[in-house]
Structure formats: structure tokens, C-alpha cells
Design a protein around this ligand. Structure first.
Ligand SMILES: [Ca+2]
Length: 95
């Protein structure tokens, strides 16, 4: 009984940590630019958490429009290998 209660507390702590990491108050709510077809829009913080620590500075400096988002593309054969660029594609409707 006591062990079960403790695991619920741990789960709650993890959930609160996720919320804090997922929505920093200084970040824009929406990306300012789009990504090319085949690329995914990721929050900078999400990519920093996902990548190895030595890539953090490079990832943060790639966010040139400072909106907190990047475009990410994963290698089809190596799921841990990815490329990232700033989300600077202008979205202007169909053309
Ligand atoms: Ca950006």
C-alpha cells in the first residue's frame, strides 16, 4: 500500500517536470516560420532534451528567428541521426 502511494508521487513529479519543460513562459506559442515537406517542427527545448549534451549550443544557436522552434529531419535508416535547420520557410498559402 505504501509503496503504491510512493509510485504515484513519483509519477506526479515526472508529470509536473514535463509540463515545466514543455511550456517555458518566454517562448512563443506558435512557430514564426514553416518547415519544408518531410521535416518536422520541434520545440528547441524538446530537441535539446532529445539530443546528446554536446549539441545543445549548436541547437540553440540554430534558432535564428528566436521563436523556440526548429525543423528536424530524421535519417530513415538511423533513427538517432537527424538534421536540423531553423523554421524560416515563409507560409503564404498555395502558390
Ligand atoms: Ca526558429
Amino acid at each position: 500500500m505504501r509503496a503504491k502511494f510512493r509510485s504515484h508521487l513519483l509519477a506526479l513529479g515526472a508529470a509536473l517536470g514535463w509540463v515545466v519543460l514543455g511550456t517555458p513562459p518566454s517562448m512563443a506559442a506558435q512557430p514564426e516560420g514553416g518547415c519544408a515537406p518531410g521535416w518536422e517542427t520541434w520545440r528547441v527545448q524538446k530537441l535539446v532534451n532529445f539530443a546528446q549534451p554536446q549539441f545543445e549550443d549548436t541547437i540553440r544557436s540554430t534558432d535564428r528567428n528566436d521563436d523556440g522552434f526548429l525543423c528536424v529531419k530524421f535519417d530513415k535508416r538511423e533513427p538517432n541521426v537527424f538534421t536540423f535547420v531553423d523554421n524560416n520557410l515563409q507560409v503564404e498559402g498555395d502558390s
